[in-house]
Design a protein around this ligand. Structure first.
Ligand SMILES: *Cc1c(COP(=O)(O)O)cnc(C)c1O
Length: 456
């Protein structure tokens, strides 16, 4: 074994590190690109989460990725735990995905007519998922959820939606709504440009609070079309819900003739082929997918029973369409990725991720750091807290994000790439080897040493 590897494997969970900051990596080229980008795009980015607003420095411009590694424009190398925010469960530049896409490319990019590839991806999904009978492909998670909401309203002939504080469902109008004060409130818009009248159709309540759900249903009797929840809320920390609570949501929606929508844009094909529905053993009425389903290409989908899906046009009167929906290149990427996943990846991936998370937790506990690592399958979230569980958005201390900021900088300087916000989760991909995870662990230990060098 080469010396550097020996050193990595010999590091124990109890080892102490110096608590010294590392010098900043070069961001010369990224800075130049960012200056240019700011002239072209609002905030220099095409999605706000990419801006380094709440962490140190300018956003890194990425040039290429391979396996679990990415390289930025300055040639810095990182072990990537963002993985394009989730889609790349097999890592970057996966050979099977690349080959499938390259083959599809030879036949043209888009036809606006059906192709066999759509059938193939649908078959792969529907034959291996107990929870949906029919599916419709769209081009993003946002579009999937927006369509699912329309379908729920069309199906129930009701207008109001109950959503939870701390769940993100994309940027469509009805869902860009935040909680007001009080247990049950009409939402307030959380973006300019969302009409107040839209926000009033969305009721926002805290997670993990049965009383709030009951009150919402009694206050808005016979007006609620659907309750929407993220399979496991993973866009505002990782807010793992208890099984009993999720089953309670199933029961109360049924009693009130409302639909239960599982937004599985992150959890779908991440926790397993049947996502959070299987994780909680609950049958939602509509499930939305995105991210992993497209293998890194823009794909979303929503699925439900034959009966509910029959309400979608052209069969039914709920309209939903897309020029590039079911795009052949995107389908090819999805087919390749899901085929690899189906061939048996989850068990080893999830146990690899669990061992990583447990080692981190042992270390921070031994050090008495106010840190807890929450995880579900290969999703993890490093929270600066001493709480045993965090199940609602309000339980996250905004002050703790200062610690994340320090850690993020130290990690980048040690070749570890995390999403640029402490509210974001990390992902272990199938391409992360044990050696990569050992390296990452060591970098995380060192970085935490810097974060806590002046005490908790
Ligand atoms: C990412 C995400 C979305 C939005 O998907 P986009 O492809 O970014 O539009 C919606 N819901 C959940 C749960 C997500 O994680």
């Amino acid at each position: 074994m080469i010396d550097s590897l020996k050193k990595i494997f010999s590091s124990t969970d109890q080892e102490s590190f110096s608590g010294q900051s590392k010098p900043d990596i070069s961001r010369e080229k990224s800075t130049q690109l960012y200056e240019k980008a700011k002239q072209y795009f609002p905030g220099g980015v095409n999605s706000p989460v990419r801006a380094f607003k709440s962490v140190h420095g300018v956003p890194l411009f990425i040039e290429k990725g391979d396996g679990c590694l990415i390289w930025d424009a300055d040639g810095n190398e990182f072990i990537d735990f963002c993985c394009s925010w989730g889609p790349l469960i097999l890592g970057h530049n996966n050979e099977k995905v690349r080959e499938s896409v390259t083959a599809a490319l030879q036949n043209g990019l888009s036809f606006g007519a059906p192709t066999a590839l759509e059938n193939e991806l649908a078959e792969l999904i529907l034959k291996n998922n107990r929870f949906i009978e029919k599916i419709r492909f769209v081009s993003s998670g946002t579009e999937a959820v927006m369509s699912a909401i329309r379908l729920a309203r069309g199906y129930t002939n009701k207008d109001k939606i109950i959503k939870f504080e701390g769940c993100y469902h994309g940027h469509s109008d009805s869902l860009l709504v935040k909680a007001g004060s009080g247990l049950v409130t009409f939402g307030e818009t959380s973006s300019a440009g969302v009409p107040k009248s839209f926000a009033e159709e969305t009721i926002v309540i805290p997670l993990n609070d049965r009383k709030a759900v009951e009150e919402a249903f009694s206050q808005f009797k016979d007006q609620v079309a659907a309750v929407i929840i993220e399979g496991i809320p993973a866009n505002n920390g990782l807010l793992i819900q208890e099984k009993e609570y999720v089953h309670f949501l199933r029961e109360i929606t049924q009693q009130n003739n409302a639909l239960l929508i599982f937004d599985e844009v992150i959890t779908g094909f991440r926790l397993g082929f049947e996502g959070a529905a299987a994780y909680y053993d609950v049958q939602p009425d509509i499930i939305t997918y995105g991210k992993i389903i497209g293998g890194g290409m823009p794909v979303g989908a929503y699925g439900a029973s034959n009966e509910i899906m029959s309400r979608i046009s052209p069969d039914g009167n709920v309209y939903q369409a897309g020029t590039l929906s079911g795009n052949p290149i995107a389908m090819a990427a999805g087919i390749a990725q899901l085929s690899v996943l189906k061939s048996g990846v989850y068990k080893s991936l999830n146990s690899k991720a669990l061992a990583f998370v447990e080692a981190l937790q042992r270390y921070v506990s031994a050090k008495n750091y106010k840190v807890k690592i929450f995880s579900a399958g290969s999703i993890f979230w490093i929270a600066f807290t001493d709480k045993e569980h965090i199940r609602a958005a309000s339980e996250i201390d905004p002050q703790s994000m200062e610690k994340y900021k320090v850690m993020h900088r130290e990690l980048l300087n040690r070749g570890i790439y995390f999403g640029p916000s402490g509210y974001e989760v990390g992902f272990v991909s199938n391409a992360h080897t044990k050696t990569d995870l050992e390296k990452a662990k060591r970098a995380i230990f060192e970085s935490l040493e810097v974060v806590f060098r002046n005490g908790n």
